[in-house]
Design a protein around this ligand. Structure first.
Ligand SMILES: NC(=O)C1=CN([C@@H]2O[C@H](COP(=O)(O)OP(=O)(O)OC[C@H]3O[C@@H](n4cnc5c(N)ncnc54)[C@H](OP(=O)(O)O)[C@@H]3O)[C@@H](O)[C@H]2O)C=CC1
Ligand SMILES: CC(=O)C(=O)O
Ligand SMILES: [Mg+2]
Length: 613
């Protein structure tokens, strides 16, 4: 559908008499052959545009003034009433994917309502728009795709990426989350279907840190997929070719980064998400000092898990130098965590070599040992001069780790035997099953508690329900980078920081750890409840802002003195704003006074409640 302006014509006398001067002259448009008036176009767009739409919360005055009166039923609702209905609606669906689709449609319809619903129901809805359900949504992306929520930059657009970015209808983009879909959660190569991940991550930017949604842009860089199943799937919506690799791929990514700066700004944040680890590390090293960028899977995860390590010390009563770490997995997440752990151990008094010696890693082929010739591997620093071993039980018996971290995307590898062995070696074994989504977790929370006599200090990347053993119920925390990236990004965006040093992630980890209360620990959680992330994100943003000024990284001067107040002034407001033109006044709208107000809004609300039953 498109609008074609034709001519100017005076409005009908009847309409003029009702609506006064505001509607005195109108432009005629043609839509699909029907003649309609511009006030209708302007008006109905308030209902069609999710940024403007308030649904039934438009007041009578707004409905009249905007020209949408009559396009909606008489009932006027408050946003709170709408939220109630949304909660009832989303709970009616039993299938998480249907809940996801409901929320996705709400996002397309009414942005403020969607974000307010999310931010006030984080515990309930985060598992839908984020892990685990977002994983399923990605797997079904071709089947459930409806409306654009982000930008698809395909390899066919090389040479024109800047032009493509210009098609995105927002000019004030401050944060981009980009994936190439090669390692989507632990689900492998999903190609363009990975778009669900940046959409979900950026929804959390707004819900958890109140970053304005129009400042956020989800992008998938579609360079093909090596997933044969997708290449043969008639419903796959991405480029139907094998992944572009090597120099061609690198040149394309360079063009993408340059286009972002040209279209937006040098300080537009680019969050890399779910790239294959061979690219994730390279791009982080290549771009970290020349762009405002971070890799969430490497750096964000590291900070989230580090916060859990700090909190675990309150249970184990051990310091970092007393811990020995074993990682199942030696990819982006594992190495990111290990590198930050080394920094923390050095701060705790160990030499760098002593710190490296306390960290062991296992990949799909077993323990990383010298005999495996891993000189080119990112994890070479963690290779040990030991006999090769492949069996996890055998490795744990030899190393006796106090902390076992799963970042392998190999669901269930922490078998009952592994868990029992950890419990026999440690009074309080610390175990993180970080892999997402839930089916990829190295063990379930239930198994972790059951096979360690409830002594485990446990966290998982995806949420698990509480576990009851005897008279004690454990509420495992979610060791997930969602505790970190919204707050870091808020601080970075507001300060227009040039580059993001590792120090900011350590600072963020400490802020998370500070938020963990004794009551959380007693419940069995190393993390604050998810519902506290909005407050926590603000504290992280304040600390990041301070760091940005201390390190001379901010582009905004003068330095704000009251950083909380300054940050708060830049946040998104979930509540509706008035849609009334500033010049509006009562006497110009006699129709409202004389006719429409015969039923008061409060009458309508009460009747509406009865009708809802
Ligand atoms: N909770 C959170 O916040 C986060 C969780 N994750 C999750 O962590 C997982 C890994 O992510 P990421 O590190 O980026 O992925 P990578 O692909 O970079 O790394 C996966 C690693 O696991 C190893 N691996 C595979 N199978 C086994 C096995 N059976 N035993 C031991 N190691 C194995 C791989 O070895 P090889 O290379 O030899 O195949 C590789 O080293 C994913 O499920 C992801 O969802 C990631 C980021 C954040
Ligand atoms: C949480 C996250 O970033 C991941 O699983 O990849
Ligand atoms: Mg990720």
């Amino acid at each position: 559908m498109y609008f074609r302006p034709c001519l100017w014509e005076p409005a009908s006398k009847l309409w003029q008499s009702r609506c006064g001067k505001l509607l005195a002259a109108r432009r005629i448009h043609e839509i699909n052959g029907d003649i309609i008036t511009p006030s209708q176009v302007r008006g109905v767009d308030h209902l069609r545009d999710p940024r403007l739409n308030k649904g039934l919360a438009f007041t009578l005055e707004e409905r009249q003034t905007l020209g949408i009166h009559g396009l909606q039923p008489a009932r006027i609702k408050t946003q709170e009433e709408q939220l109630q209905l949304c909660k009832i609606s989303v709970r009616r669906y039993e299938d998480p994917l249907n809940k996801y689709l409901y929320l996705s449609d709400l996002y397309d319809r009414n942005e403020r309502l969607f974000f307010r619903l999310l931010s006030e129901n984080i515990e309930e809805l985060m598992p839908i728009i984020y892990t685990p359900t977002v994983g399923l949504a990605c797997q079904r992306f071709g089947r459930i795709y409806r409306r654009p929520k982000g930008l698809f930059v395909t390899y066919n657009d090389r040479g024109h990426v800047f032009d493509l970015l210009k098609n995105w209808p927002e000019s004030d983009v401050r944060a981009i989350c980009v994936t190439d879909g090669e390692r989507v959660l632990g689900l492998g190569d999903l190609g363009t279907n990975g778009m669900g991940i940046p959409i979900g991550k950026l929804a959390l930017y707004t819900a958890l840190a109140r970053i304005k949604p129009h400042q956020c842009l989800p992008i998938v860089v579609d360079v093909g997929t090596n997933n044969q199943h997708l290449l043969e799937d008639p419903l796959y919506v991405g480029l139907r070719q094998k992944r572009v690799v090597g120099k061609a791929y690198d040149d394309f990514m360079d063009e993408f980064m340059e286009a972002v700066v040209r279209r937006y700004s040098q300080t537009t944040l680019v969050q890399f998400e779910d790239f294959g680890n061979h690219n994730a590390f390279r791009f982080l090293e290549k771009y970290r000092n020349s762009y405002c960028t971070f890799n969430d899977d490497i750096q964000g995860t590291a900070a989230a898990v580090m916060a859990g390590f700090y909190a675990s010390q309150r249970v184990t009563q051990k310091s970092f130098k007393d811990y020995t770490f074993l990682f199942a997995g030696s990819g982006g997440a594992a190495i990111g965590i290990a590198d930050l752990t080394v920094q923390a151990m050095v701060l705790d008094g160990l030499s760098i070599d002593e710190a490296y010696n306390k960290i062991f890693m296992v990949d799909v082929d077993g323990l990383l040992t010298k005999s495996r010739n891993l000189d080119e591997h990112q994890a070479v620093k963690y290779v040990k001069d030991m006999a090769p071993m492949t069996n996890l039980v055998e490795i744990i018996s030899a190393i006796k780790p106090s902390v076992l971290i799963g970042a392998s995307a190999a669901g269930g590898i922490f078998t009952p035997e592994v868990l029992r062995l950890m419990a026999s070696n440690n009074e309080r074994p610390v175990i993180f099953a970080l892999s997402n989504p839930t089916i990829k977790a190295e063990c379930t929370a239930e198994d972790a508690y059951n096979h360690t006599e409830g002594r485990v200090v446990f966290s998982s990347g995806s949420p698990f329900p509480p576990v009851t053993m005897g008279d004690k119920t454990f509420y495992p925390g979610q060791g997930n980078n969602a505790y970190i990236f919204p707050g870091i990004s808020l601080g970075v965006i507001c300060t227009e920081t040039h580059h993001i040093p590792d120090e900011m992630f350590l600072i963020a980890a400490k802020e998370v750890a500070k938020f963990v209360e004794i009551s959380d620990i007693e419940r069995g959680s190393l993390y604050p409840p998810l519902s506290r992330i909005p407050d926590l994100s603000m504290n992280i943003a304040i600390a990041v802002t301070q760091c940005a000024y201390d390190r001379g990284l901010s582009s905004i001067y003068p330095e704000p003195q009251d950083k909380r107040k300054w940050l708060e002034s830049q946040l998104f407001d979930f509540n509706y704003e008035s849609s009334m033109p500033k010049t509006w006044s009562w006497p110009e709208l006699p129709y409202i006074k004389t006719r429409a107000l015969t039923q008061t809004p409060s009458d309508l609300l009460i009747k509406g409640k009865e009708n809802d039953k």
